[in-house]
Each structure stands twice: as structure tokens, then as C-alpha cells.
Design a protein around this ligand. Structure first.
Ligand code: NAP
Length: 281
């Protein structure tokens, strides 16, 4: 005892805090640059959205995860709560108005307000050119990928305005800058999100709400499996990329946390590429 006190005195052992001062693991996880903020993240039970949910919660935010399938929501919430993070969840198909309303209600009931909205999901139901696409598919893609983020933001806006310094992050794709043949309307929807980012940034700046956009390249997720698990495409991609690896969902998470944080308080209307290379703009 005397010996360890002597070492501690000399600064060679970290002093041990009394039990009453020691934090539980969940308290320790909740110290960060997003402390006590509330984040709503759509399409966040897998892939890029899940990595963003985990990172924002690790940085101190209370996070509401959501996606179309209850089972995926339950799994994501259980996994993140198991890490001591402050997370709840609800089913929300972003294209359904009643689901968006439930997401807003769940957020307000759980945490009393909202500071951040991150709109992640996108669909691409067909492989083909824009001219091959039926009106029904045009509507489906534009509804989910472009209209839904705008409409959900409208529903959350009155609550975000009350918070003082809110932040919105949309998720586009490098296909917005360099269209991929056969992804016709999906390419168009992702380019539209760059425009939505710029317009919302101008509209909402006077309300002190910032709007930015994450622009991922090829990231290893279920969505991109058809590309990343094809050896020819993977190899060609590496030749094309500057950084010699495919992206991981976690590569996209830190930048979203930064964009929500006070460190980015003078940044709005920006579209930030996370792709291991710089696409042709
Ligand atoms: P992912 O791994 O397939 O995950 C998609 C997530 O969104 C899942 O949680 C899914 O859960 C949910 N989801 C799908 N449709 C939804 C809807 N209509 N409403 C609400 N939730 C929905 O996809 P990802 O690769 O992470 O892609 C995320 C975003 O990044 C997309 O906008 C995509 O365009 C963009 N992106 C991805 C890449 C890439 O290489 N992965 C590249 C560029 C851009 P449920 O099935 O339970 O709904």
C-alpha cells in the first residue's frame, strides 16, 4: 500500500479515483464533442448508416436509428446499446409519410428534441439507362432518394429550429459526379442531392441550421456487394483509385460526426467526397 502510494506520488502510477468518482462504461462512452445532442439517422441499421450511428453515439449523441425492417432495427439497437451507447430505434421506410411521422414522434418522446438529421438510404431497383426506365421506377427512385430527405426535414424543422445550432447531412455518391453506365436514374437522384444540399443550405442558414453532404465512393456494404465481390471490378477499381483499398463504412462516419460538431460551425453547403480518389467534378 505504502509502496503504491509512493509510486503514485512520484507520478509513475496513475492515481486511482475513489469509487464514487469512477464513471460507468456508459458514462465514459458519453463524453464527447456531441454530448447531449440528439441525432436522427435514417437507413441506419446496416452499412454506412450503422457506422454513422455508432460514431455519433460514441461521440456523445443520443441516437435514433431506423430502417424498413423491425428485425434490423432491433438488432442494431441491441448491438449499440450493448456497447453502452445511448440509442433507440423505430421502423421508418423513408418513402412513407406515416413512418416519417412515427420517427419524429419517437424522437421527441425519447429525447425531447432533435439537433441532427442524417439521411442515408437510397434505392436502385433496376439496372439500366434512364431511357429504359418506366415512370413508376422514376417515381420510386426519386421519392425515396430525393424527396424523402426533404420531406422528413420539413417535419423535423420546427423542432430543430428551437435548438439553436442544428445540422443536416445528406448522403449522395460519386455517381453524382461520374455517372455509372446502367445506373441511369440512380445517378440522376444522387446529382439532385448535391442540388438539394446547396438549396437547403441557403434556405436554412438564417435559422442557424447547416446542411452538408457526404459523397461516398465504393464502400464495402451489402448495397455494393455486387461490385466489391466481383474480382474484376474490385481490381479495376483499385487501379483507378489513388488509395489502394476499398472503403469501409467507418471511413464515412468520422466526417459526419465532424460536420455535426461545433468544429464545423462555419461550414455549410459543402459536398465532401470520401472515395480514396477525387472524382471528375
Ligand atoms: P446498405 O448497406 O444496403 O444499408 C442500407 C440501409 O438502409 C439498411 O439499414 C436498410 O435497412 C436501410 N434502407 C434501405 N431502404 C430504405 C428505405 N426506403 N427507408 C429506410 N431505410 C432503408 O447500404 P449502404 O451501402 O450503407 O448505402 C447507404 C447510402 O450510401 C446510400 O444512399 C447509397 O446510395 C450511398 N452510397 C453507397 C456506396 C457504397 O459503395 N456502398 C457508394 C456511394 C453511395 P432495411 O433493409 O431494414 O430498410
Amino acid at each position: 500500500m505504502l509502496r503504491s502510494l509512493t509510486w503514485a506520488w512520484k507520478g509513475l502510477l496513475p492515481p486511482v479515483a475513489p469509487l464514487s468518482m469512477r464513471s460507468t462504461s456508459s458514462e465514459a462512452n458519453r463524453r464527447g464533442k456531441l454530448d447531449n445532442k440528439v441525432a436522427v439517422i435514417t437507413g441506419s441499421t446496416k452499412g454506412i448508416g450503422f457506422a454513422i450511428a455508432r460514431r455519433l453515439a460514441q461521440d456523445g449523441a443520443h441516437v435514433v436509428v431506423s430502417s424498413r425492417k423491425q428485425q434490423n432495427v432491433d438488432q442494431a439497437v441491441a448491438a449499440l446499446q450493448g456497447e453502452g451507447l445511448s440509442v433507440t430505434g423505430t421502423v421508418c421506410h423513408v418513402g412513407k409519410p406515416e413512418d416519417r411521422e412515427r420517427l419524429v414522434a419517437t424522437t421527441l418522446e425519447s429525447y425531447g428534441g432533435v439537433d441532427f438529421l442524417v439521411c442515408v438510404p437510397a434505392i436502385n431497383p433496376i439496372v439500366g439507362s434512364t431511357t429504359d426506365c418506366s415512370e413508376q421506377i422514376w417515381d420510386k427512385i426519386l421519392n425515396v432518394n430525393v424527396k424523402a430527405p426533404g420531406l422528413l426535414l420539413s417535419q423535423l424543422l420546427p423542432h430543430m429550429e428551437k435548438r439553436g445550432q442544428s445540422s443536416v447531412v445528406l448522403v449522395s455518391s460519386v455517381a453524382a459526379y461520374t455517372p455509372v453506365a446502367k445506373l441511369g436514374v440512380y445517378n440522376v437522384s444522387k446529382t439532385a442531392l448535391l442540388g438539394l444540399t446547396k438549396t437547403l443550405a441557403v434556405e436554412l442558414a438564417p435559422k442557424n441550421i447547416r446542411v452538408n453532404c457526404l459523397v461516398p465512393g465504393l464502400i464495402k456494404t451489402d448495397f455494393s456487394k455486387v461490385l466489391t465481390e466481383d474480382p474484376v471490378i474490385s481490381e479495376t477499381s483499385l487501379e483507378f483509385f489513388g488509395v489502394q483499398r476499398l472503403g469501409e463504412p467507418e471511413d464515412c462516419a468520422g466526417i459526419v460526426s465532424f460536420l455535426c460538431s461545433p468544429d464545423a460551425s462555419y461550414i455549410t453547403g459543402e459536398c465532401i467526397v470520401v472515395a480514396g480518389h477525387s472524382p471528375h467534378l
